[in-house]
Design a protein around this ligand. Sequence first.
Ligand code: FAD
Ligand code: NAD
Length: 450
Amino acid sequence: PMVQSPPDPSKKTLLILGTGWGAASILKGIDTSLYNVVVVSPRNYFLFTPLLPSCTVGTIEHRSIMEPIRYITRHKQCAVKFHEANCTDIDPVNKTVTVEDQSEIKGKVNKSTLKYDYLVVAVGAENNTFGIKGVTEHACFLKEIWDARKIRTRLMDCIESAAFPGQPEEEVKRLLHMVVVGGGPTGVEYAGELHDFLVEDLVDWYPDLADKVQLSLVEGQSSVLPMFSRKLIDYTESTFKSNQINILTGSAVKEVHEKHIVIETSDKQRKEIPFGLLVWATGNTQRSVVRDLMGKLPEAQTSRRGLLVDDHLRVQGTNGMWALGDATFTKYAPLAQVASQQGTYLAKLLNRLGKLEDTTTTAATTTPDELIEKLRPFRYSYQGSLAYIGADRAIADIPIFGQTVASSGVATYLFWKSAYVNLLFNTRNQSMVTTDWVKKTLFGRDISRE
Ligand code: FAD
Ligand code: NAD
């Protein structure tokens, strides 16, 4: 049984910021008998992001891909403390962090300072707006569970408003124009899900409107999905074309207004595009807490794209601090599989360090950094890239014996489904997701507006 004890003064305090892919993976592997483990995150759950696009139209219900963080920590040998709060400041000199409860309901105390011996920064990144005004006000992002719920609500609102008696044709057209900005995997997967909703459900429930719904994907570069092989890019573009999804490549969004965006094409032509729903999926930028930390370490932290770490994931220019996942800038892409492998690695490193510090006779004279130097550095193992593109088709670049094999179509979709069910952390979430898929097949998606 879990030991519910106060912090043990003989142990070091390991503070983990975040409950995403990186943090959850550390929590699974960490030996809690070695440290006082404390977790701080504004989210008291882990989110399985690969299936988030499916929640925007109700293919999967949002709770099916959430796992309360306490479900993970309850199996640990010694108690893990969790505080639902945002870390707003990291002081790398005094080894403290400031935490604030920024949720709707706050108690008398909502700001506090916590001390750490070891800190893991696993706060991920936030949505990049490139400073374009109007994005935050008028577009929906697709990163968190509340984003997916907002998209689903707005989508149904657009459709019901278009069905309002006497709605002029031009306004119906605008309301039913769903625009996605960003042709990375997030934008592509969302467009694929929206297409499925349209042809599998809306056609039956709104027969007069369904053929007026238009779907456009706007991408600044010359093609979508630059991280996939050429064959799969072509396959995605031709599948989208046959599914009547307009792909506007070479078109950068320059302005965002309440009811229209302004794009600039590669030949510098500007064009207004009216929309009902706008989804903004243009990649990541660093969170303010990470930017502020980088500002405190100007000599070591010379990249603006994320925290620079060494081969053991130690934050350059600090002592007793590690970072991983989307909060860092490394040679790896900001992916769940990277953050999760880094988390597994870091748990092992911290376990070894904790044991060495406990037992080594030279511990008194050897610094933690000297002990870490003796441990193996992080090595990433690429597991392949997978994306769902709609109409029961997926694309996959899979590494086999050092070669990347490109695969696409319905069989790849079945592989995508089984791979993600297997990757879900526990049987509870696996059964919830599988049930959602069965429900969707038997009864269709729920079209009520929340
Ligand atoms: P996150 O998982 O984002 O976790 C960050 C955590 O920090 C969260 O718990 C957050 O609440 C918390 N936090 C935020 N601010 C603070 C703060 N101030 N203080 C404390 N805690 C804080 N990658 C793949 O490899 N395959 C996929 O199929 C895939 N699909 C994706 C689909 C979508 C829609 C999205 C958005 C991303 C997808 N990704 C995928 C990318 C993947 O989700 C990220 O690379 C991954 O989440 C990064 O893990 P992380 O731990 O660094 O950050
Ligand atoms: P991304 O960075 O991969 O793609 C963003 C796209 O938006 C780019 O192609 C960029 O050219 C475009 N863009 C930027 N500004 C624009 C503008 N003003 N107008 C038009 N286009 C603009 O971002 P993402 O898709 O959100 O993904 C973020 C990370 O998460 C990536 O590392 C991605 O690989 C990962 N992810 C992976 C999967 C998967 O493996 N299935 C799914 C989702 C996300």
